[in-house]
Design a protein around this ligand. Structure first.
Ligand code: ZN
Length: 308
């Protein structure tokens, strides 16, 4: 009995040291948007690093051996989900042989599960004709309301993996949410004069953004998500843009500008390269700056287009 008590006291004494000795949680994310939110929630208790760069097409990332090494050391892996990463993430996870971050394990988080997902197909779910959005639109982080939902899920996941820091993560989440609320009010006010503005986008990266900030997307340069433009589709799009007087074309940084520029010349529309991710250009260093940058550039392009 005496021995047990001594051990218990000893355990109590060393417990805080042991917790600290665990060090920072190593969080890997698939995209820089998720890494930015993970840093907001994890603060100084985590390190967060992304696999894909923000200037890369997140559907098509070249799997490098260095990614496997990073995943080997991860305590938590946060993915966008909805098959955004299906072309490159599963073999990396498998080859990491890290049991903590396999899908279904405690250290794995699919952030789409707690987010509002648009464009969920009805009927047969297939990747037929190369459509890379078979489970709904995976670009859901482009709505700050979903940013809050991602933050909540990351806080829950970090607390599950590191219960001793639960109160800290809750506090970080509260701070992130309230700062995002304030920023969102500002962004909504900036966009309010342009409600209903008609735009065309290259890929379907912006439906959540458009819904939140009042844009009306009337067409896409890609005939289907993941399928390059065809002459007939481009012609149809130009005619539709002329019919509806569309003066803005949004292009993600990783697409060729040849077709968008041709569309711009023919319709008199402004072609704006608009990054859908943190790291898309060097100025966008975190999740807040993503909206700051995109909204400022968008308003500038709308004014230049003469549409408003
Ligand atoms: Zn996509």
């Amino acid at each position: 009995m005496k021995c047990f008590t001594t051990l218990a006291v000893a355990a109590l004494l060393i417990a805080p040291t042991a917790a600290r000795a665990q060090g920072k949680l190593n969080v890997m994310t698939t995209t820089e948007d998720l890494a930015s939110i993970a840093r907001e929630i994890g603060g100084d208790r985590v390190t967060a690093d992304a696999i894909a760069k923000g200037y890369q097409d997140p559907h098509f990332v070249e799997a490098k051996p260095s990614f496997i090494l990073k995943l080997q050391k991860a305590d938590v892996l946060v993915a966008v989900g909805r098959e955004l990463e299906i072309g490159w993430l599963p073999p990396l996870i498998q080859q990491s042989r890290n049991s903590k971050i396999q899908p279904g394990a405690t250290g794995y988080l699919d952030a789409s599960l707690g987010a509002t997902i648009l464009e969920i197909p009805t009927g047969n779910i297939t990747r037929a004709m190369g459509d890379v959005h078979p489970l709904g639109n995976p670009h859901y982080w482009m709505d700050p309301e979903n940013g809050k939902r991602i933050g909540k899920q990351i806080a829950d996941k970090l607390s599950e993996v590191r219960p001793a820091d639960r109160a800290f993560f809750a506090q970080q989440l509260a701070s992130f949410t309230s700062r995002l609320d304030a920023a969102e009010k500002r962004w909504l006010a900036t966009m309010a004069p342009y409600k209903g503005m008609k735009v065309v986008t290259y890929h379907r990266s912006f439906p959540n953004f458009a819904q939140r900030f009042g844009l009306d997307i009337v067409g896409y340069v890609e005939p289907r998500p993941g399928i390059p433009p065809t002459p007939q589709h481009t012609l149809d799009l130009i005619n539709e843009m002329k019919r509806q007087n569309v003066k803005i074309v949004l292009v993600e940084p990783y697409f060729d500008l040849k077709t968008p520029n041709a569309i711009g010349r023919d319709t008199g529309a402004q072609v704006l390269v608009m990054p859908p991710s943190v790291g898309g250009v060097k100025e966008i260093t975190d999740y807040f700056k993503l909206f700051d940058y995109d909204i400022a550039r968008l308003v500038d392009a709308i004014r230049k287009s003469g549409a408003k």
